[in-house]
Design a binder for this molecule. Structure first.
Ligand code: ATP
Length: 330
C-alpha cells in the first residue's frame, strides 16, 4: 500500500538527552531529565519504571503532544533522522497519522462510540493516504483478521460498545496498524484488561510487530510484560534512564538498586510461594518537584516481605532459567 515505508534504514527513533518539564503557576516540574534511547527498525524497546517516573511524558514528547503546560527544555527527538521539533504542524500531523501510532491504556478513549468500527478503521488510510473506499474496506477486513477477531465482517459493522474490553483493545491495535506505522508506541496497553486477555493481547502485539516489521516503544510498569515483548529495555527512575541495553545485558549487569529490586520483585512460574518471599520496593516514589538526583539512590532500599506481588503476565518467561539462578523467589 502507499504508506509502506521502506525508504529509510537508520534508527527509527533517537531520543537524545531529552528533558521535559511541566510548568505550573508556581514552579517548574522536571518530569524527564537527560533521557536517551534509540529504537532501531523492527526492534521492540521496553520502557519500564514505576508510576510517575516519566514514561508517558516521554511518549507524549515523541507525539509532540505535551499539552499546554508541558515543554521540551533540552535535547532532541529524531524520527527517521529528522528532528520532530523542527517539523511544521502539518508535517507533524501527517507523521502522527501514518508513521507513528500510539496505543493508550484505555481503548474506549481512542474509539468514537457513535461510529461503526469499520468506518473508524477505514478513515485512517482514506484520510492519510487518499485510499479509496473499496481498498480501505479490504484493508480493514485484513487488519481485523490479523488481530484475530472472530467474524471480521460482523465486527466492522458493530459499534464499539458491542465489543468486550479485550476486543476493543484489539480494534485499537488494528486501527494503529491500518497505516502500517514505522513506530508503534504502546502506553500500558493492557492495564485495563484482565490477566488472561492481557496475555493474549501481548502475544498478539509480539506477532504483529514481527509480521509488519514495526518498531515498538512498549511502556509499562510491568517488567514481566516488557521482558516478554521486547528486545531491549530501558529502566526509568525519577525521570531518568538508570539502565538500558538488551534484556540479557541489563539482567547480567544491573547497576541501579531500583533495577535490582525490580527484577527481584517478579514472581516466577513454578516458584514455591512459601519457600522465600518476593522482594517489595518500599517507600514512595520521589516527588519530581523535589531535588531528584540526590534522592534517587538514597531512597531505593530493598526488604523482604512475604506476599509482595507485582502483577505479571501468565505466559512463560524468556529468562526464566537465568532468573531462577538469582531470584530469591525461584
Ligand atoms: N500536565 C502535567 N502537569 C504537571 N505535572 C505533570 C503533568 N503530566 C505529568 N506530570 C508529572 O510528571 C511526572 C511524570 O508523569 P508521567 O505520567 O510521565 O509518569 P508515568 O511514569 O507515565 O506514570 P504512570 O505509569 O502512572 O502513567 C509525574 O510526577 C507527573 O505528576
Amino acid at each position: 500500500m502507499t504508506m509502506a515505508k521502506q525508504d529509510y534504514d537508520g534508527p527509527i527513533l533517537e531520543i537524545d538527552r531529552l528533558s521535559i518539564s511541566f510548568f505550573t503557576r508556581l514552579r517548574e516540574i522536571p518530569a524527564v531529565m537527560d533521557f536517551s534511547v534509540t529504537v532501531q527498525p523492527g526492534e521492540a524497546v521496553g520502557l519500564v519504571g514505576e508510576s510517575g517516573c516519566g514514561k508517558s511524558t516521554v511518549a507524549l514528547g515523541v507525539m509532540q503532544d505535551l499539552g499546554k503546560n508541558g515543554r521540551i527544555v533540552g535535547g532532541s527527538i529524531k524520527f527517521k533522522g529528522r528532528d520532530l521539533q523542527e517539523m511544521s504542524a502539518e508535517e507533524l500531523r501527517d507523521i502522527r497519522g501514518s508513521e507513528i501510532a500510539m496505543i493508550y491504556q484505555e481503548p474506549m478513549a481512542s474509539l468514537n462510540p457513535a461510529m461503526k468500527i469499520g468506518k473508524q478503521l477505514m478513515e485512517v488510510p482514506m484520510i492519510h493516504a487518499g485510499m479509496n473506499e473499496k481498498d480501505a474496506y479490504a484493508r480493514a477486513l485484513q487488519v481485523v483478521t490479523d488481530v484475530k477477531l472472530p467474524d471480521p465482517k460482523r465486527i466492522l459493522n458493530a459499534f464499539p460498545h458491542q465489543l468486550s474490553g479485550g476486543q476493543q483493545q484489539r480494534i485499537v491495535i488494528a486501527m494503529a496498524l491500518m497505516s502500517e506505522p514505522s513506530l508503534l508506541i504502546l502506553d500500558e496497553p493492557t492495564t485495563a484488561l484482565d490477566v488472561t486477555v492481557e496475555a493474549a493481547v501481548v502475544e498478539l502485539v509480539k506477532d504483529l510487530g514481527k509480521k509488519y516489521g514495526t518498531s515498538m516503544l512498549f511502556i509499562s510498569h510491568n517488567l514481566g510484560l516488557v521482558l516478554e515483548t521486547c528486545d531491549r529495555i530501558c529502566v526509568m527512575y525519577s525521570g531518568e534512564a538508570v539502565e538500558r541495553g538488551s534484556i540479557e545485558q541489563v539482567f547480567d549487569d544491573m547497576q541501579h538498586p531500583y533495577t535490582q529490586a525490580l527484577f527481584r520483585s517478579i514472581p516466577l512460574p513454578g516458584a514455591d510461594k512459601n519457600a522465600s518471599p518476593l522482594v517489595a520496593i518500599p517507600g514512595n516514589f520521589p516527588c519530581p518537584m523535589n531535588a531528584r538526583r540526590a534522592a534517587t539512590l538514597a531512597r531505593v532500599v530493598t526488604i523482604s516481605r512475604p506476599g509482595a506481588v507485582m502483577r505479571t503476565s501468565t505466559s512463560t518467561w524468556p529468562l526464566q532459567t537465568k532468573m531462577a539462578a538469582t531470584n530469591p523467589a525461584a
